[in-house]
Design a protein around this ligand. Structure first.
Ligand code: NAD
Ligand code: ZN
Length: 351
């Protein structure tokens, strides 16, 4: 079969691979809608530490089941399914501890295009199909559903880890698709005031739709100065980092209140260390909590998030700025994600 692959660091292209086969608990799926991720860009063009060779890329897919293993109970060929980017091993000790993202070691739940081929192939493999796929609801389109595989759960994970609660003031640094979903997730959890830190008009407009009350342009000067001024010197309750480089972390420490939470979902693809400014950190005694997390995958998460689309509590269509038809457009969509045109939030390719 054909697949679009990372050939080596900094190089992508089409390759031929054997069609995957299903073990007893697995499924083979044919993609119907795909989207490239900023993480694919980090992995191919930035992260020398995680170089992969000749591995099919991609981890955001909605598809049709073509084959299931003998022990799969709830899915059959022909079913349309949402497949999360993270497909854990549900029997692992880490999963039993509530951190299925790290089943099989740090970030081990992230299998697509790390420990096996990803979803940008004519077919792809899903481990533990009953635990890692969800049926596509009738009234949800494949383009919308593909946003549930990574963008929605990652942004919401940022808001969940920040323990956003009603009446709070939140700052979201970076408002690409993940940050926008962090704004939407914070809004759904009851945040009152939401600072969205970004610059591109298309993202700023979407942030307002998702509940941002204040826009801060990081190109207009230090965001900690801008937010502190707007807050009359007080810190915000929570900060969610969803874009930028390691410098955003320092800014987060400067704008958080004592005992606030900094929740990172950004993939820091360069820089050896992340700095914590000593004074802003209360000389080490601020009770500020720091958490960074990989999105949770699995079936339950996909089913519950798709309910938000099914019952119209969340609209992901503002994210879908670029639509392509045909598998061959994957390359164009990925390069668009790399080059980030001013009108881009997220591309989707339907097949
Ligand atoms: P994106 O690149 O589309 O959005 C990030 C935005 O931040 C961009 O618009 C960029 O211009 C902006 N930005 C750059 N510097 C900034 C700064 N200093 N302050 C504020 N904004 C700044 O990326 P995305 O698709 O929204 O993903 C966001 C991050 O989340 C990426 O690093 C991605 O790899 C990562 N990610 C993590 C997970 C996870 O499970 N934790 C899952 C998916 C993606
Ligand atoms: Zn991703």
């Amino acid at each position: 079969m054909k697949g679009f692959a990372m050939l080596k660091l900094g190089e992508v292209g089409w390759i031929e691979k054997e069609k995957p086969t299903a073990g007893p608990m697995d499924a083979i799926v044919r993609p119907l809608a795909l989207s490239p991720c900023t993480s694919d860009v980090h992995t191919v063009w930035e992260s020398a530490a995680s170089e992969k060779r000749n591995i099919i890329m991609g981890h955001e897919a909605v598809g049709e089941v073509v084959e299931v293993g003998s022990l799969v109970k709830d899915f059959k060929p022909g079913d349309k399914v949402i497949v999360p980017a993270i497909t854990p091993d549900w029997g692992a000790v880490a999963s039993q501890m509530g951190y299925s993202q790290h089943s099989n070691g740090m970030l081990g739940g992230m299998k697509f295009s790390t420990s096996k081929d990803g979803v940008f192939g004519e077919f792809f493999h899903v481990n533990e199909a009953d635990g890692n796929m969800a049926i596509l609801p009738d009234n949800v389109s494949i383009e919308e559903a593909v946003m549930l595989t990574d963008m929605v759960p990652t942004g919401f994970h940022g808001a969940d880890n920040a323990e956003v609660s009603y009446g709070e003031t939140i700052a979201v640094i970076g408002i690409g698709p993940v940050g926008l979903m962090a704004v939407a997730g914070s809004n759904l959890r009851g945040a009152a005031r939401i600072f969205a830190v970004g610059s591109r008009p298309v993202c700023v407009e979407a942030a307002k739709k998702y509940g941002a009350t204040d826009i801060v342009n990081y190109k207009d000067g230090d965001i900690s100065d801008q937010i502190k001024e707007a807050m009359k010197g007080r810190g915000v309750d929570k900060v969610i980092i969803a874009g930028g480089g390691v410098e955003t972390f320092e800014q987060a420490v400067k704008i958080i209140r004592p005992a606030g939470i900094i929740s990172n979902v950004n993939y820091f693809s360069s820089g050896d260390c992340i700095k914590i400014p000593r004074v802003a950190w209360g000389l080490g005694m601020s009770h500020i909590r720091i958490i960074g997390g990989l999105m949770p995958g699995g079936r339950k998460n996909m089913e519950y998030l798709s309910n938000l689309l099914k019952y119209k509590k969340l609209d992901v269509t503002p994210l879908l700025t670029h639509r392509y038809k045909g598998f061959e457009h994957i390359e164009e969509a990925l390069l668009l994600m790399k080059n980030k045109t001013r009108d881009l939030i997220k591309p989707v390719v339907t097949i």
